[in-house]
Design a protein around this ligand. Structure first.
Ligand SMILES: NC(=O)c1ccc[n+]([C@@H]2O[C@H](COP(=O)([O-])OP(=O)(O)OC[C@H]3O[C@@H](n4cnc5c(N)ncnc54)[C@H](OP(=O)(O)O)[C@@H]3O)[C@@H](O)[C@H]2O)c1
Length: 322
């Protein structure tokens, strides 16, 4: 089969190389999927030897058809359409742990299915499991023009949030989200913490979902309500900052970190199940649609990589594998 592997040998900047590879063998707890579409995610830019040992197939999210079923994968059959957050998706076939495979509902296209798992599983977990969002609360999404940011804003609204405030760098992108995805859009270059407090009757947001990390921590805390929760999901702005412990204490706030990298398989499976139960009905009934930017053929993956690297995309970048 054809697949993209990460070549870390040649230079300081690892490249994606299209290679002829052995097709995966099915394990007892796996289904082998013929991949139709795969997400090209921000995480795919972190192509370090640390993330991807040499010869590892790139990619972390897919939609495709089951072609082989492991003997412990009860409830799956050849021909099923599934989506998953699973490694090795940038190839014609991928072995997926069937506890992470989510059936694609009828009528949902390959491209929509491939655009959902990473962003919507992450956003749903951050809002509801980690952030404990309740109906009627106010939410601020830091870095709202990112894919996870948009997903979080959409899900917060659908989850009954009273006000959803989005903060972003790019005015052009932010404008497209105001009224449809967020109630209020604020630019990073302004005094957005003050504006966010004003928009929440002076109290601040009950929940902040942060995609930016470095550079945004103080403002995020300033815009948080007393007893608020700050869930740190992304590090678009860097992974270090200075924490005002006094402000954290005064706000009696909770600071919560999340990542998939240190989760157990059971945790990931639970996230996939709650995504299927809570998010997919909104997709089926037309209330939720991921924004898709562009689709590249597998052979043009380096163009997808360059686009994401330059932050020029607005929505999901997909690779059409077949
Ligand atoms: N914790 C987890 O489990 C988890 C899971 C998935 C993703 N993530 C992380 O979440 C973050 C977002 O991922 P994604 O896939 O949603 O990203 P994405 O869709 O690629 O978002 C890119 C957009 O974010 C904006 N951006 C970039 N740098 C920024 C900065 N310093 N400050 C503000 N905005 C910035 C840019 O838009 P503008 O033009 O508006 O600047 C850019 O177009 C990443 O750090 C990713 O690694 C975490």
């Amino acid at each position: 089969m054809k697949g993209l592997i990460v070549d870390t040998s040649a230079s300081l900047h690892p490249r994606l190389v299209l290679a002829e590879l052995p097709a995966p063998q099915v394990g007892d707890n796996e289904v082998v999927v013929r991949v139709e579409m795969a997400g090209f995610n921000r995480a795919d830019l972190a192509l370090t030897a640390d993330h991807y040992p040499p010869e590892t197939i790139a990619g972390s999210e897919l939609a495709g058809e089951v072609v082989e079923v492991g003997r412990h994968c009860v409830g799956f059959k050849v021909g099923d359409r599934v989506m998953a957050l699973s490694r090795g998706s940038h190839a014609e076939f991928a072995a997926v742990d069937c506890r992470l495979a989510v059936p694609i509902p009828e009528g949902v296209s390959w491209q929509v299915a491939a655009a959902l798992p990473a962003w919507y599983m992450t956003a749903h977990d951050a809002l509801f499991n980690q952030g404990e969002l309740r109906a009627g609360e106010t939410v601020l999404i830091q870095g709202v023009t990112s894919g996870v940011g948009q997903a979080a804003a959409q899900l917060a609204r659908l989850g009954g949030a009273r006000t959803v405030v989005g903060v972003a760098r790019s005015n052009a992108k932010l404008r497209q989200l105001v009224n449809t995805v967020v109630d209020l859009g604020l630019l990073m270059e302004t005094d957005w913490p003050a504006e966010a407090r004003k928009a929440t009757e002076g109290r601040g947001a009950n929940l902040v979902i942060d995609m930016v990390g470095g550079g945004a921590l103080t403002g995020n805390l300033q815009s948080l309500a007393i007893s608020g929760r700050l869930v740190t999901v992304g590090r678009l702005g860097g992974s270090s900052d200075t924490l005002d412990i006094g402000m954290l204490a005064f706000k009696r706030a909770r600071l919560i970190g999340v990542t998939f990298r240190s989760r157990s398989l059971e945790d990931k499976a639970a996230i996939a199940r709650s995504f299927a139960t809570d998010v997919l009905p909104h997709v089926i009934e037309g209330r939720l649609m991921p924004r898709i930017d562009r689709i590249f053929p597998l052979s043009a993956a380096s163009a997808a990589q360059a686009l994401v690297q330059r932050n020029e995309h607005f929505g999901k970048v997909l690779l059409a594998i077949r």
